[in-house]
Every structure is written in C-alpha cells, then in structure tokens.
Design a protein around this ligand. Structure first.
Ligand code: SF4
Length: 422
C-alpha cells in the first residue's frame, strides 16, 4: 500500500473516532456471483474496545476538510489541524485490501462536508457502489449520510449500503443552531424520512417481487451528543423513543461530549466526557426497547435526569416501592421483568419453569437472577429477606450502593489507533 495513502488513512481514521454509531450489523447476505466475503447477522461488528467501540470495521472519513464549523467537532473548519482527503478509488482499494487480508469485516464511512452536502454524499455513494459493483464486495457498509443531501442521493446510497445513519447530534434544534449554525433539523430529518420511506417501500416491493434489491437492509441509526448542551435525560430519551416509534430506527447512539474545543465559550467547561451518564442512557434505552418501559417511568418532569449512582431499573423500583414485593410464582411476565436483578432471559425461564412446580431462591440463582438485588423486591417459596418497604427505599439504595464495585478511575483512553487493533 502506498505510503501516502497510509499517511492519509492515519489522519482520517483518527478524525473519525468521535462517531460511535457503528456497533452492529443486522445484515445477512451470502456470497454471490463469485464475490468475496459475506455480511452476516452475527460475526460482524462484534468486537469492541474497552470503551465500547467496535473495532472490526474500517472506520474512516473520506476527508476531514469541512465547510461547516460545528462547535463540538475536532474537524470544524476553524480548527488548525492537518487535513487530507482520500479519493473514491483510494478508499475503495483500501477497503478491499483490508477486507481481503481479514483486517476488517466492513466499512464505516463518514466525511466532512466539502463543496456541498450533495457533492460529498455522491462521493461516499460512489465508494459503496464501486465496492459492490466493481469488486463484488459482500461485506458490511455503513455510510454516515450528510445532513442536507438530496433524497435522490440518499436513495442511491441506500441501494449499496447496509446501514445509513443521519446524526442528529444535538437533542434540541435551538441548541443545534447555537453549536452548529449551518445545520438545522430539516436538513437532518429530510434524509432520515427518505431512508425510512425507502425501507417501508422496499418491504412492500419485496412482498411482490422477492428478487428486488434490498434497500438499507440493516436499517438506519443516529447519534446524540450528551452533555454538550443542558438538555435533560427526559428530553433525550423522549426524542429517542419517538425515533424508535416513528422512524423505526435500529439504534440511537449516545456519545458523551468529548471536550475538544475547550476555548469555545458555547461549550461546557468539563475535562472528561460524561461516560457514566452515557452508560445510564444506554441502560435506559435498553429498558425502553426490551423491557417495555415508557420514558416517563424512567425520567419525567419531576425526575428529569437519570440517577448516576444506580442503574435506571433499580432507580425506578426504588421510586415505586408500592409495586413490590412481586410473587415470582404468580406474577405475570411484564411485572417480573420490572424486578431489579432479573433480565429478559431469567424472566422467560421463570415463566417456563413455573409449570413444573414452585420456584425457590436457589433455582432463581441458577436461572441467572442477581439475588443480592432481586431479593428485596420479590417473594418466592422460602425467601425471607426484608422487602424494600421494610428497609425503606432510601436505606436500600445506600445498602446496594455499598455493594457496588468501586468505580475505577477511568482516564479517557481515546480511540485505539487503527493499527493497534490488528
Ligand atoms: S459537519 Fe460539523 S460535525 Fe461534521 S465534520 Fe463538519 S464540522 Fe464536524
């Protein structure tokens, strides 16, 4: 590989590190036409760095030149950084050569905005198209759509990419305008709507003609930056829940604001990213998607922000002690799911096992229930723990917090260098 291209790659892989929205695949495509590689539901994008990022994709920007000046971004035009650009051919070659060597299972491509959103989007689309049509590449492709790109270009991109994402970045439009004056919600939601519409139409068309090419088979995602603005967790989770319901997004990624442009007075004076808050938001997102929680059960006007000391499910249980204890041998699945320490798998096992007799605490433990938490919220055959109501929620919170492993002092490690990964 040419040294010049490697040098560009080092700069542009480093420039792409702040985008977290690339952690899952969801595509399934077998090798066809004597091509190379497969995209699979699993086995792709499933390696993560310690701080949760996926390492099996080539995650790179086409260019870190940008005509915009978003306050939170390292690549904004007013920053004095080393700039470069990879051509369509260079990127295509690079991806193919990495893929052939088994370094990567896919490509995550983003870009600064050059000349215009459409110009940039068309370059990115050409990379995906070349990979698929010239090289028979069957690996995973995630393109980060450029806000403001035309629906037609988004449609074309969706024919070659497995996943498209349009990053909202800032959870309210007023704050977005403050931090990214060149962007607005129309430029973000228009491509998002086009992708959603394209996916729906493609589903309908596939029912009639099975061989029709898939459009964005792994769906779309977005990213929200957390902590760069005073937006509450209530606002953030309501927005995410809306996106899941109305745009059928596959994932909303929460990215703790990384203090880069520390001399910009529009940004908060923090020195480390809010990683605990980011983690609590992911836990809440999980509760909404897999545990049937409504946003206002987790956060609401009265409790607009998540408790950083304990996870959101425990926080919910302590705020609603009247619901407990729940009888494991009688309660419906939905209620069992609400018990801290009981996950989806153990709740299913509990329901399935009940038909064979009464369940005791030993069996619960065997099913994966975290008894040191759950015991205060349940009754079962023989358990004689005091309940949350007897201990009182505020005391139980302190008791459970004492049992938590001491938080390690995490020094923000930054993104792994591309070649450290291999
Ligand atoms: S559009 Fe904004 S966030 Fe994207 S690269 Fe340019 S300055 Fe950064």
């Amino acid at each position: 590989m040419k040294e010049e291209v490697i040098k560009k790659l080092e700069i542009l892989a480093g420039a792409a590190k702040y985008d977290v929205s690339c952690s899952s695949s969801g595509s399934n495509r077998s090798n066809t036409n004597k091509g190379i590689g497969n995209a699979a539901y699993c086995g792709i994008c499933h390696s993560f760095t310690e701080d949760g990022r996926c390492v099996s994709l080539l995650k790179v920007m086409m260019t870190n030149y940008c005509m915009y000046d978003c306050a939170y971004c390292a690549n904004r035009k007013s920053n004095d950084i080393e700039r470069t650009a990879l051509s369509v051919d260079e990127l295509t070659e690079l991806t193919i050569s990495f893929y052939r060597r088994n370094y990567i299972e896919g490509l995550f491509l983003s870009s600064g905005v050059v000349k215009s959103p459409d110009h940039t989007m068309s370059l990115m689309t050409r990379v995906a198209k070349n990979l698929r049509t010239l090289h028979n590449y069957n690996g995973y492709i995630h393109l980060k759509s450029i806000p403001g790109a035309s629906p037609e270009l988004i449609r074309q991109a969706g024919l070659y990419a497995d996943r498209l994402s349009v990053n909202i970045e800032i959870p309210t439009e007023a704050n977005l305008k403050l931090l990214a004056p060149e962007k607005d919600y129309t430029s973000i939601y228009t491509p998002m709507n086009s992708i959603h519409q394209g996916i729906l139409e493609n589903k309908e068309d596939t029912k009639k003609i099975r061989s029709i090419p898939k459009f964005v088979p792994a769906g779309q995602s977005t990213q929200l930056i957390i902590g760069a603005t005073p937006d509450t967790d209530n606002h953030i989770l309501s927005l995410a829940s809306n996106l899941y319901q109305h745009q059928q997004l596959k994932r909303v990624y929460y990215s703790g604001y990384i203090p880069i442009n520390t001399n910009d007075s529009r940004l908060p004076a923090i020195i480390t990213p809010p990683l605990v808050r980011e983690n609590r938001l992911y836990q809440s997102d999980w509760l909404i998607r897999f545990y049937s929680f409504k946003v206002d059960e987790i956060v609401n006007e009265k409790h607009p922000n998540l408790d950083l000391d304990i996870d959101p499910k425990l926080s919910y249980a302590l705020r609603n002690p009247w619901m407990f204890p729940i009888d494991i041998n009688k309660a419906p699945y939905e209620l069992i799911l609400r018990v801290p320490g009981i996950g989806v798998n153990s709740a299913r096992l509990i329901i399935a096992s009940r038909q064979f007799g009464k369940i005791n605490s030993y069996q619960l433990q065997k099913m994966g229930v975290v008894m040191k938490r759950a015991r205060y919220f349940i009754t079962c055959n023989e358990l004689s723990s005091p309940t949350v109501n007897e201990i009182k929620p505020e005391n139980l919170k302190l008791l459970l917090m004492k049992q938590l492993p001491k938080a390690k002092k995490v020094k923000y490690p930054g993104q792994l260098k591309l070649f450290d990964v291999a």
